[in-house]
Design a protein around this ligand. Structure first.
Ligand code: G3I
Length: 483
């Protein structure tokens, strides 16, 4: 698959990164990266592999291994050194958002955005542009502008053409539209959707394409990493956009995940978007832990990172991974999810965590030089009784959440029924792989035919997204035979 859209001018030390980008976009990485067995290393090579940074390993495979950066931290030497040494791509965590670069209509401020682009150039890194049109971190003159359709299109065009045009030589990939679909799998309410309907998405992509026909243009969202109602809605949306000839090149799975709850369908989901002809990138990966982070939790997190990186690595057309921050010290997670944190591969003292070494190894490097013995796992017996249901919250955010329930048969079943009560005022919005009905806080889920027959010990899963009024409970479901 060739992602390239044309030539790109080289400037300064970014030439090295662009050479990598070209290898990447011409599909060079696919041949180099996927499914190759490596020969045993000599002792000298093993030392070198150990010393290799994530950046070295990703460069060798033509993959993006990026990080989000805040300009306010770049004057801290350890932060800057780590961002430059470990990553071949940077993304503005906040400094390129609309409220920062165009706080007043037509008045642009590039100070902080430029600092990051300059940093990337000095260090020969790619820049993934984040983001042009988003309902959040939007200045009030846009959000409350009461614009007519024509005026809002003008406002968008000025913002997009000025921003993309300014960085034409520096930024090859853009999150053009961020999070346009809500957790209920419907278009999200925003000034853009209210004024222009869903056409705002196609218009934004056309504007960005006019400003830089060579740039690769992405749509980006969270909670679409696995196959679920929201990622299904994206699948339909991007298929329609492509059918209309809209210049969209890729989709970003943000990957804000919970440890132990990486969706099992992530690789299959990447593959189905690649099969539409899109480039897929994991754009904002972090995998949060309920604090305190014990060694056992860090080992689980390492397996989670490995699963995500390998899912991308396994699909020719998934161009790489960006982690959402250089160090746990500045991650957005603890500020947003009370009691959770430690979500990144490098800790708040710049120490490499088991997750770092899991990525290192997945990229073909050496494993953790100082592993702690993995915790012993007790073998699990098949459940007694008809069946057992294991309920896991796989993601949560302000107002919403996603859950997955795994049904394991204790004896041969021809159908199953799982029931639970919510304890936090939640309700189910959309379910998949089960038929779900609710009565107040009581919920009943039954198989949907094809997944009803289970032999003893066999499992199947269903999932749903829902809303909550402030907290998300973890119910203890019952499971019975028959549906
Ligand atoms: O800069 C001010 C500081 O002066 C002030 O003292 C402090 C008080 O709260 O706020 C600081 O601004 C914060 C800013 O991050 C910089 O740290 C904002 O309050 C805070 O809202 C903002 O959060 C950012 C969030 O987007 C906003 O929606 C996070 O850093 C950033 O990581 C996060 O990134 C988003 C992606 O853009 C889109 N996908 C989801 C992802 C995570 O939410």
């Amino acid at each position: 698959m060739a992602f390239t859209k044309g030539r790109r001018r080289l400037r300064g030390r970014a030439a090295g990164a662009v050479a990598l980008a070209l290898a990447l976009v011409t599909g060079g990485f696919a041949a180099a990266a996927h499914g190759q067995e490596s020969a045993p290393l000599s002792a000298e090579d093993a030392v070198r592999a150990q010393a290799a940074t994530l950046r070295d390993l990703a460069d060798q495979r033509g993959l993006r291994m990026g990080t989000a950066v805040g300009s306010q931290h770049l004057n801290q030497s350890e932060y800057a050194r780590t961002a430059a040494a470990e990553f071949n791509s940077v993304t503005h965590e906040n400094d390129l958002k609309w409220e920062t670069v165009e706080p007043q209509r037509g008045q642009f401020n590039w100070t902080n955005a430029d600092r990051i682009v300059d940093f990337a150039q000095q260090n020969g890194q790619m820049v993934h542009g984040h983001t042009l049109v988003w309902h959040s971190q939007l200045p009030s003159w846009v959000a409350n502008g009461n614009f007519s359709e024509g005026e809002l299109l003008d406002v968008m065009d000025t913002h997009i053409s000025t921003t993309v045009g300014r960085y034409r030589d520096d930024i090859d990939t853009w999150d053009v539209v961020n999070e346009p679909i809500g957790d209920n799998a419907q278009f999200r309410d925003s000034v853009f959707y209210r004024t222009l309907g869903e056409d705002f998405i196609a218009e934004a992509f056309r504007m960005a394409d006019r400003a830089d026909p060579d740039a690769r243009l992405f749509i980006n969202d969270y909670n679409i990493d696995g196959i679920n109602a929201k990622s299904d809605a994206y699948y339909d949306l991007v298929r329609d956009l492509l059918a209309q000839g809209v210049p969209i090149d890729g989709i970003g799975f943000q990957g804000h995940l919970i440890s132990g709850q990486v969706p099992s369908s992530i690789q299959q989901n990447i593959q189905r978007f690649v099969d539409l002809g899109l480039e897929v990138m994991i754009t904002e990966l972090d995998i949060r832990i309920q604090m305190p982070a014990t060694q056992q939790k860090l080992e689980q997190q390492a397996r989670d990172y490995e699963q995500v990186v390998n899912a991308c690595y396994a699909v020719s057309g998934c161009s790489g991974v960006i982690v959402w921050g250089v160090t746990d010290a500045y991650s957005w997670v603890p500020d947003t999810f009370e009691g959770q944190g430690a979500a990144l591969p490098i800790d708040d003292s710049y120490q490499k965590k088991p997750a770092y070494w899991a990525i290192h190894e997945a990229l073909g490097g050496e494993p953790d030089p100082d592993p702690t013995d993995p915790p012993t796992e007790e073998p699990t017996d098949p459940p007694g009784g008809d069946c057992e249901a294991d309920y896991r919250v796989t993601n949560e955010w302000s107002g919403g959440f996603q859950a997955e329930v795994t049904v394991t048969a204790g004896s041969d079943l021809t159908g199953w029924t799982v029931a639970w009560s919510f304890g936090g005022g939640e309700s189910v919005s959309h379910a998949w792989n089960a038929s779900v009905s609710s009565n107040g806080s009581s919920v009943t889920a039954t198989d949907v035919g094809y997944n009803g027959a289970l032999s003893a010990g066999q499992s199947t899963s269903f999932g749903f997204v829902g809303t909550h009024g402030g907290s998300v409970s973890t119910p203890q479901p019952s499971c019975t035979s028959g549906s």
